[in-house]
Design a protein around this ligand. Structure first.
Ligand code: MG
Length: 203
């Protein structure tokens, strides 16, 4: 199982990071050890002093595919959920400066916690799916899939040119603006529409 994460898929997030708006999707990977086992606490890692949340819609692939065209990409998933692409921003900044890969900043253990369940897509409008993240009860990120630069189906088309998608693979589709720091003691809650899917304490 692999975790594919899209970077800079929302214009306002690219702007807040002072990053250019991509002309083609940009992606990186997290290992399967990035998943936080259910009911495990999330511990603030000791190698960073600037841990950021990035709340993202997550698609779970349910069929093996390669060179999938966007037109047929919706046949390769039927559920969508919510995840946090935790990022050690201080380490990421150093990696970027040196032109190094990002894995230490993005792929560490438990850097991809997810909601406790996924929602069937058949009852949802994926072209305008609203989601939000609350930190300590206040909304810090409020996204809508309509603001994605590249749609879910376009992302699947792009990624599957390079690597075979397999059952159970997860696609983190990028974060909207409003990313920020968490501290020990913070409580994060994630919602698709009004439905709460994610709840996490930083220990
Ligand atoms: Mg992200």
């Amino acid at each position: 199982m692999k975790i594919i994460c899209i970077g800079r898929n929302y214009v306002n997030h690219a702007k807040e990071m002072n990053s250019p708006i991509p002309e083609v999707p940009m992606f990186f990977m997290k290992p399967d050890t990035a998943i936080l086992p259910k009911k495990n606490p999330f511990f603030y890692p000791n190698f960073t002093k600037e841990l950021h949340y990035e709340c993202e819609l997550v698609v779970r692939i349910n069929k093996v595919g390669k060179n999938i065209s966007a037109k047929f990409a919706d046949q390769y998933y039927d559920e969508i959920g919510l995840g946090i692409d935790f990022t050690a921003r201080d380490l990421q900044r150093k990696c970027k400066e040196k032109g190094h890969p990002w894995e230490i900043a993005k792929g560490f253990d438990h850097s991809a916690p997810m909601g406790n369940r996924f929602l069937p897509v058949k009852n949802l409008d994926l072209n305008q799916l609203e989601f939000k993240l609350k930190k300590n009860g206040e909304i810090v990120q409020h996204g809508n899939s309509k603001d994605m630069i590249f749609s879910i189906n376009k992302l699947i088309e792009y990624v599957s040119q390079f690597m075979t998608l397999k059952i159970g693979d997860l696609l983190f589709t990028g974060t909207p603006e409003g990313v920020g720091e968490v501290q020990i003691g913070d409580h994060l809650e994630g919602f698709i529409g009004d439905e709460q899917l994610l709840s996490l304490n930083v220990k």
